[in-house]
Design a protein around this ligand. Structure first.
Ligand code: URP
Ligand code: ZN
Ligand code: ZN
Length: 465
C-alpha cells in the first residue's frame, strides 16, 4: 500500500476552484479536505500551485506506420514525453489492416503498448473497411473497451473509406452505444487538386496547404454530420482546423445533432505561412488538415470558449525532419503527414487560453482533461479530482514561464528532431506529474518509468467506475 498527501494546493476541476489537501491511497483519491491530519509515505507541498486533473490527450499516434515510415515516438518515449507535459492518459489509434479483422488490429496495438507505457492509455480503432459480415466485431471491440472508431474521408487508397462504409459502421456503432470519430476532408476531390498541382510542376511543402481548401474540410464535416444524424450515432470530429468546418459543426449542433469536435494547438497558434520557410523547413508542419490562414485562429478560440469545440487534442504524429520528412524532398505529396505535440499541449493551451485571458481555469481543465474523459467513456475514473477517481494529478505552476525548444532539453522529451512550437514562450508548467498515485515527473526529471496501464472505456454517456 502506498500513500501520498498533496497539501495546500488550489484545486481546479472543470467546475470547482478551492484550497484543500488531497490524500491518495492505493492509486485512488481517498480524501479531500482542508488541513487533513493523515500519515502519508510522501507529502508534496503545493502551496502557490494549481492542483489539476492529469491531462487527457484523446488523439495520438505512437509507433504508427504512415507515409512509408513509422511515427518516431513509440509508446515508451511518447508516454514519457506526454507525462513531462502534464498528460497522464492518451487515447491512441489502433489500425485495422485493410481486409483483415479489427480484433487483429487491436491485438497488434496492445503488442506495441502493453508493458511499454509510463502513463495510462486507451485505444480508438481506425476502421479501414467494414463489410456487413464484420459488423459483429464492433460489439467485441466494445466489450474489450474500445468504444470509439475513427474513419477517414481523406487519404484515398490508404485509410479512406466510402460513404457506404461510413453509414454501415455509423449505424452499428450507434446501436452499440459507441461513438464515431471522423477525419472529415473530401480526400477524393483533394486528390484531384493535388494531381493538378503536381502536373503543373509544384513540389514544395507550401502546396500541401494550397491543395487542401478549407471548403473541402467543411464539406466533410457537413457530410459526416448528415450521415451520423441519419444513422443515429454520436459523432466527434477530430483535428478540426478551420472556421468553415466549425461553422458546419455549429449548424449541426443547432439542429440537435450529437456532434462534438476537437481542435489542436497547431491550428490555434500556427498558420499557413509556416510552409513558406526556406530550405524545405516547411515540411515540419505538413500535417492533415493543413495549417490554415491566420484569421481562422480567432474563430477556433471562440469555439473553445463558447463550447462548439469541446476538447483540445494534439494529433501527435511525429516524423523526424532528417530521415523521415525528407522522403518528400522531391514532392510535397511524399512528405509523411504529422507533427509532434503531445508534450506541449497543456502549456500551450494554458498560455493561449488562461494567461491571455480567453477563458477560465475551469474551462482549461475541461478542454484538456474532463471533456475527453466524458466523451470517451473514462469519466469519473479519469478527468477530475474527486474521491474515488484515479489519482492522476498535476501540480501546475501557473506563473512559470518557459521557452519551448529542441535546444532546451528539459522542454523536449519527444523522440523527434524538432519542436513544432520552436521558440514559443509559454506561461504555465507541469511541475509534478502523478499517475495513479505514482510520481512520474518531478523537477524536470523522470522519477518513475513504466507502469502505464490499458484502460477499458465504456460507451457514450456511461460512467466508468
Ligand atoms: O497529419 C496527420 N494528421 N497525421 C496523422 C493521421 C491523421 O490524419 O490523424
Ligand atoms: Zn486524421
Ligand atoms: Zn491523427
Amino acid at each position: 500500500m502506498s500513500t501520498l498527501l498533496i497539501k495546500n494546493g488550489r484545486i481546479i476541476t472543470a467546475v470547482d476552484d478551492y484550497y484543500a489537501d488531497v490524500f491518495v491511497k492505493d492509486e485512488i483519491i481517498a480524501q479531500i479536505g482542508t488541513n487533513l491530519q493523515v500519515q502519508a509515505d510522501r507529502v508534496i507541498d503545493a502551496t502557490g500551485k494549481l492542483v489539476i486533473p492529469g491531462g487527457i490527450d484523446p488523439h495520438t499516434h505512437m509507433d504508427m506506420p504512415f507515409g512509408g515510415t513509422n511515427s518516431a515516438d513509440d509508446f515508451e518515449s511518447g508516454t514519457i514525453a506526454a507525462a513531462f507535459g502534464g498528460t497522464t492518459t492518451i487515447i491512441d489509434f489502433a489500425i485495422q489492416s485493410k481486409g483483415r479483422s479489427t480484433i487483429e488490429g487491436l491485438d497488434t496495438w496492445h503488442g506495441k503498448a502493453d508493458g511499454n507505457a509510463t502513463i495510462d492509455y486507451a485505444f480508438h480503432m481506425i476502421v479501414t473497411d467494414m463489410a456487413k459480415e464484420r459488423l459483429g466485431e464492433l460489439r467485441e471491440l466494445r466489450d474489450r473497451g474500445i468504444t470509439s472508431y475513427k474513419l477517414f474521408m481523406a487519404y484515398p487508397g490508404v485509410l479512406y473509406v466510402d460513404d457506404g462504409t461510413l453509414y454501415r459502421t455509423f449505424r452499428q456503432a450507434g446501436e452499440n452505444g459507441t461513438r464515431i470519430c471522423m477525419h472529415a476532408e473530401n480526400g477524393i476531390v483533394i486528390d484531384e487538386i493535388i494531381r493538378e498541382a503536381v502536373e503543373a510542376g509544384h513540389k514544395d511543402p507550401v502546396w500541401h496547404t494550397r491543395t487542401r481548401p478549407t471548403r473541402m474540410e467543411a464539406e466533410g464535416v457537413h457530410r459526416a454530420i448528415a450521415i451520423a444524424e441519419v444513422a443515429k450515432v454520436p459523432l466527434y470530429i477530430v483535428h478540426l482546423s478551420s472556421h468553415d468546418a466549425l461553422e458546419q459543426v455549429r449548424i449541426g449542433r443547432n439542429r440537435g445533432v450529437d456532434v462534438q469536435a476537437e481542435t489542436c494547438p497547431q491550428y490555434l497558434f500556427l498558420d499557413s505561412t509556416w510552409y513558406e520557410k526556406p530550405n524545405f523547413e516547411g515540411a515540419k508542419w505538413v500535417m492533415t488538415p493543413a495549417l490554415r490562414e491566420k484569421w481562422n485562429q480567432a474563430s477556433l478560440w471562440q469555439g473553445l470558449k463558447f463550447g462548439d469545440l469541446s476538447a483540445v487534442a494534439t494529433d501527435h504524429c511525429p516524423f523526424c525532419f532528417v530521415g523521415q520528412k525528407d522522403l518528400g524532398k522531391e514532392s510535397f505529396t511524399k512528405i509523411p503527414n504529422g507533427a509532434p505535440g503531445v508534450e506541449n499541449r497543456m502549456s500551450m493551451i494554458f498560455t493561449g487560453g488562461v494567461a491571455e485571458g480567453r477563458f477560465t481555469l475551469n474551462r482549461f481543465v475541461e478542454l484538456t482533461s474532463t471533456s475527453a474523459a466524458k466523451t470517451f467513456g473514462l469519466f469519473p475514473k479519469k478527468g477530475t479530482i474527486a474521491v474515488g477517481s484515479d489519482a492522476d494529478i498535476v501540480v501546475f505552476d501557473h506563473n512559470r514561464k518557459e521557452t519551448l525548444s529542441i535546444h532546451r532539453p528539459h522542454t523536449h522529451h519527444m523522440k523527434v528532431d524538432y519542436c513544432t512550437f520552436e521558440g514559443f514562450e509559454v506561461t504555465g508548467w507541469s511541475e509534478i506529474v502523478i499517475s495513479r498515485g505514482r510520481v512520474i515527473c518531478e523537477d524536470g526529471k523522470l522519477v518513475t518509468k513504466g507502469g502505464g496501464k490499458f484502460i477499458k472505456r465504456v460507451g457514450a454517456g456511461e460512467l466508468n467506475r
